[in-house]
Design a protein around this ligand. Structure first.
Ligand SMILES: [Zn+2]
Length: 300
């Protein structure tokens, strides 16, 4: 199977000459199975280019869009996903629902006529919705497992296993800290309560979730220095990304959700610091910085 990165940037698109190498589009990753079925992870602005490629191929589609959470950078590309405008196409959007906001509402609110000219019910493709909690389900012969993450209101991690190979996608997650959790009010209480139930290391369930993944795509928004001033914003720094990869004994770590203030030179610097750290700590996994157009092949 193939993993294709269409958007790797967190928070807001960052076009311009200083971000050409890693790209400026917000999160979107395509998982293309050997039989040509495919799953899309997140509908950030990167999904627009994926839509163009699908249109060029001329084929009708039946696909699943697994949304991590409804913050803008993860849904804002959907109204520009051309296959959604074509009748005969089948699109199933997957995410959780919280606080009385339904899944169709999460997608359609951003298309309210005050903000966008076309409404969700005007799209010609057949759009289905699947609301999930922590559970497992099958898509195109692959097993999909979900996990609630530590992120304002909520975010979901996805682990997709296909023919014994696993890709885990954790786009937005903050290291969970018992002390800090008492002072943070923006994460859903149900999720905070669940984390506090873990007796020892509360991040252990995350390490267990990613355990043995062939590819871990993980939130590496901040440097450790930047993180100090951004506690409670819902993201990791790269040293924690390395820790998750090491504790989870993964084969490949992909640094993802680059901070919008980081230009190409800064991401180069972060990547080389990661490589140094991996060497010093004798970690065994490979590390890659995500960039638009990056294709990973998994022998399945
Ligand atoms: Zn995000």
């Amino acid at each position: 199977m193939k993993i294709i990165f269409w958007g790797t940037r967190g928070s807001i698109p960052t076009p311009g000459e200083t971000t050409v190498k890693y790209g400026g589009n917000t999160p979107c990753v395509e998982l293309r199975f050997d039989d040509d079925n495919f799953i899309i992870l997140d509908a950030g602005t990167g999904i627009r280019n994926l839509g163009e490629k699908i249109i060029e191929s001329g084929s009708s589609i039946n696909t699943y869009v697994l949304i991590s959470h409804p913050h803008w950078d993860h849904i804002q590309g959907f109204p520009f996903f051309k296959p959604a405008f074509i009748s005969g196409n089948e699109i199933t959007i997957v995410c959780a629902e919280f606080d009385g906001i339904s899944l169709p509402q999460m997608i359609s609110d951003q298309m309210n006529k005050a903000y966008f000219p076309i409404q969700l019910n005007e799209l010609k493709a057949n759009i289905n919705f699947k609301s999930v909690r922590e559970e497992e389900f099958d898509v195109f012969g692959a097993n999909v497992k979900t996990l609630f993450l530590n992120h304002p209101l909520f975010a979901i991690g996805y682990r997709i296993t296909y023919r014994n190979k696993s890709i885990t996608y954790i786009s937005d997650n903050e290291p969970f800290d018992r002390y800090v959790a008492q002072t943070i009010k923006n994460v859903h209480t149900e999720i905070i309560k669940k984390y506090l139930e873990y007796k020892n290391e509360p991040n252990q369930h995350l390490f267990d979730f990613v355990m043995g993944s062939d590819i871990l795509i993980y939130d590496s928004t901040y440097t450790p220095e930047e993180y100090i001033d951004r506690v409670g914003w819902g993201h990791s720094h790269y040293l924690f990304s390395l820790k998750v990869a090491a504790e989870g004994n993964v084969k490949n770590l992909v640094l993802f959700h680059h901070d919008p203030s980081h230009n190409d030179a800064k991401i180069d610097e972060i990547y080389s610091k990661c490589l140094k750290e991996i060497k010093n700590r004798n970690y065994k996994f490979l590390c890659h910085p995500a960039y638009e157009g990056f294709v990973m092949n998994l022998n399945t």
